[in-house]
Design a protein. Structure first.
Length: 342
């Protein structure tokens, strides 16, 4: 009898484990052409709680403040790409910040960052890479990582060393202004970073930064659906929160509003035909984006009824190269295809 009960318990545990969401490669890894539209929000009164299995998070009443866009590109096309020979992807945020990464079946690694605009642009090269995610990764999985790097800002040299604890502490259902997502896995990342600043070889100051970030991923999503981060420096704490308004990770029935993106001819010359479909009346924005993540052209299509539609877009002025066409709607659904201009 005890043996039978043990088998039943084992079977129940096995079924519970199978129901837990798992992040894995390549379905949860960004790739060249992946675009994430970020919507930053007010953080007053927000909380990341609770944690544990089978929980629900309601962020349906977020108040929007500003937007940003992150585009995954070939690192050779990024301004400092030659400084990161091991990178296979760069994440471009608004042509201002570039994150150079190595992503494979073992994990997601940061190799360095670049601030390409502002008063003091700089490049931080990691001599010891930072592991951001491990693949596969599920509830209660964790790892510890250390990383370090160096950057030069004017006459100052910043030597950074840091330690990171990564844990999946919850899974469940997430509600955002864009909809409700099931089988969502949450990851908690805790970083302690020490920046030692040298001027002409002399140590002038040491600054410690503590960061805690919560990330929510849905099955098949290549970018987080939601990010909640607190940063503490010199006793001052700041909180930043954003969600993605793209369709990454939506359930199939939620994506039915926009479907079937098709483009031709490919390679293209003077024009490109863009074909897609909507399940009802909808305004569809078609954007053509280059490999640096810059929007070259946008066109809004007002679809007054369900079904397929086709738009001709003149691209005779585009230089030869690789581009991406992106179709999106007001519900946050988005489809992307790559094409070449001869």
């Amino acid at each position: 009898m005890k043996k039978i009960n043990s088998l039943i318990v084992f079977a129940i545990l096995a079924m519970a484990l199978q129901s837990q969401p798992i992040l894995d490669y390549p379905q949860n890894a960004p790739e060249a052409g992946t675009v994430a539209e970020l919507q930053f929000v007010e953080t007053a009164g927000l909380t990341y709680e609770p944690d544990g299995p089978g929980v629900s998070w309601d962020f349906s009443q977020l108040v929007n403040t500003r937007t940003a866009q992150v585009t995954a590109i070939d690192p050779s096309l990024a301004p400092a790409g030659n400084q990161f020979p091991d990178a296979n992807l760069a994440l471009n945020m608004n042509d201002t910040v570039y994150t150079y990464t190595l992503i494979d079946e073992n994990g997601f690694y940061y190799l360095g960052t670049q601030l390409a605009a502002g008063m003091y642009p700089y490049v931080m090269v990691y001599s010891d890479s930072r592991q951001f995610l491990a693949y596969p990764f599920t509830y209660n999985d964790s790892f510890f990582d250390t990383y370090k790097g160096v950057s030069i800002v004017l006459v100052a040299e910043v030597r950074m060393s840091a330690a990171s604890n990564v844990l999946s502490d919850a899974y469940g259902t997430l509600t955002l202004p864009t909809g409700t997502y099931t089988d969502v896995l949450r990851i908690r990342i805790e970083d302690e970073e020490i920046d030692s600043i040298f001027v002409k070889g002399v140590l002038t100051s040491v600054e410690t930064t503590f960061r805690t970030q919560y990330l929510w991923y849905a099955p098949q999503s290549k970018t987080p659906l939601l990010s909640y981060e607190t940063v503490e420096v010199a006793g001052m704490t700041d909180t930043v929160c954003f969600y993605t308004t793209t369709g990454a990770g939506m359930n199939e029935d939620m994506q039915s509003g926009l479907y079937g993106l098709n483009i031709y001819p490919n390679p293209a010359g003077d024009f490109l035909m863009v074909e897609s479909g909507t399940s009802g009346p909808s305004k569809v924005l078609i954007s053509l984006v280059n490999q640096l993540g810059q929007t070259m052209l946008s066109k809004e299509c007002d679809q007054r009824r369900a079904g397929l539609f086709t738009e001709r877009i003149d691209i005779g002025s585009f230089p030869a190269g690789i581009y991406f066409v992106r179709a999106s709607n007001a519900a946050g659904e988005a489809l992307t295809q790559k094409f070449m201009v001869r």
